[in-house]
Design a protein around this ligand. Structure first.
Ligand code: CA
Length: 226
């Protein structure tokens, strides 16, 4: 899951970005409306979290522009503006949720997951295939009930593969979903993460394995490792 975070308050931006990264999201964090629009033009975000009071434009303008190019992009407004008029304006302008500062990080995360579920980007928070389970809320993976120790990135990779069992996901798409713009050199990083995850699944005797479609991408299929 890749999230665009637009917040001009540096400490707040870093706190949210760190939390969401810790919880398995790829996060592109920017401080200006123009940067957000530029990022959204080149990267396929699953959701946007945006502040309203920004140095270069109003967050409502940013939301309108984002929505003009991609209707249905899940959006959460995060702001100090707490009047009922502001809330109504935000929600009526297409935001899926409106959170007033100060807020709790876990609640922000839970609401983000809720808008992602409603948009269809994330379904049931728990995925199961071939004895492998992954809980996208707790970030815990298990093979036949036995906990599987994964890095944050491996967990995000497993989640992406388990979201669409049996379907091939291209390398480009996986990279887009797993790595923010600041993470460069991602092709090798992705391949390395795939081999590590593949080894861990095999070592845990999972009945699911990552299949490589040469030149295209990867998919998770049921069956013992060859
Ligand atoms: Ca602000």
């Amino acid at each position: 899951m890749r999230v665009l975070l637009l917040e001009d308050h540096r400490a707040m931006r870093e706190m949210i970005a760190d939390h969401l990264k810790e919880r398995g999201f790829a996060v592109d964090a920017v401080s200006r409306g123009e940067e957000a629009l530029a990022a959204a033009a080149i990267a396929p975000f699953d959701a946007v979290i945006l502040d309203l009071g920004l140095p270069d434009m109003d967050g409502m303008q940013v939301l309108a522009s984002l929505r003009a190019s991609r209707t249905g992009l899940p959006a959460i407004i995060l702001t100090a503006r707490d009047s009922i008029d502001d809330r109504l304006l935000g929600l009526n302008s297409g935001a899926d949720d409106y959170i007033v500062k100060p807020f709790n990080l876990l609640e922000l995360e839970a609401r983000l997951r809720a808008v992602l579920r409603r948009s269809g980007s994330a379904r049931d928070p728990t995925y199961c295939l071939g004895g492998v389970t992954f809980d996208s809320v707790t970030r815990e993976a298990a093979v036949f009930g036995r906990s599987l120790d994964l890095t944050r990135r491996e967990a995000a990779l497993l989640e992406e593969l388990m979201r669409v069992p049996g379907q091939v996901i291209t390398k480009d798409r996986l990279e887009d979903r797993l790595y923010a713009l600041e993470d460069s050199g991602s092709t090798n990083a992705l391949e390395a993460a795939v081999s590590r995850l593949r080894r861990k699944l095999a070592a845990a005797h999972a009945s699911a394995q990552i299949e490589t479609k040469w030149g295209i991408g990867y998919r998770l299929v049921e069956g013992e490792p060859a």
